[in-house]
Design a protein around this ligand. Sequence first.
Ligand SMILES: [Mn+2]
Length: 238
Amino acid sequence: MSTLFISDLHLSGERPQLIEQFIQLTRNEARKAEALYILGDLFEAWLGDDAVLPEIAAVIEALKTLTKNGIPVYVMAGNRDFLMGEGFETMSGVKLIDDPTVIDLYGTPTLLMHGDTLCTDDVIYQQVRTRVRDPAWITAALAMSIEERIATAQKMRAQSQAHTQDSAEEIMDVNADAVTEALRQYGVTRLIHGHTHRPAVHSLAVNDQPATRIVLGDWYRQASLLRCNETGCELVSE
Ligand SMILES: [Mn+2]
């Protein structure tokens, strides 16, 4: 039995083959897993629990089938789908978890994050993040008509793309001190996160203790998955 971690699937109608790959994962490997963790940006966009796009209805159904079969699915919001709420939990059977969350992974306390909060060098991104995570902003956004929400999401997406193009590669990655600080703050030696789309297993030292930072890959071109069991973790792309 293993525990599976994925993130940054960015599922949308634009990449139907990845929606199909995700559905296959829920029908095959995940059905035999102890749990499935989705660490943010499952969806390219989530405009509210009352505005499920028709092209992702099959994804919700697949999650519902998986959870009905007794496999726990834990979902953390990413920067694209942070408007997920109780309605999403009810329709899919998943459990939303906070960013960050610490779990006991086969005896090793492990910190789970989406990863965007570690990118502290990107000051403009962090300012936008703070603004849109404000409960008042969220309430106002969810009060908009669905057409207005689509327009707002498109505008934010265009601004984000322009900012990404103007920014150096380094500032878009995690800040090393932010990583060390997070591991220290939660007293753990293992961190699993996504967001940066730079899949890798990094070794580092925290308080002279060896620590590991596992970065999950995105699903733009292929599926990327982390399998963990009693003997360790394996990062795979397929
Ligand atoms: Mn992200």
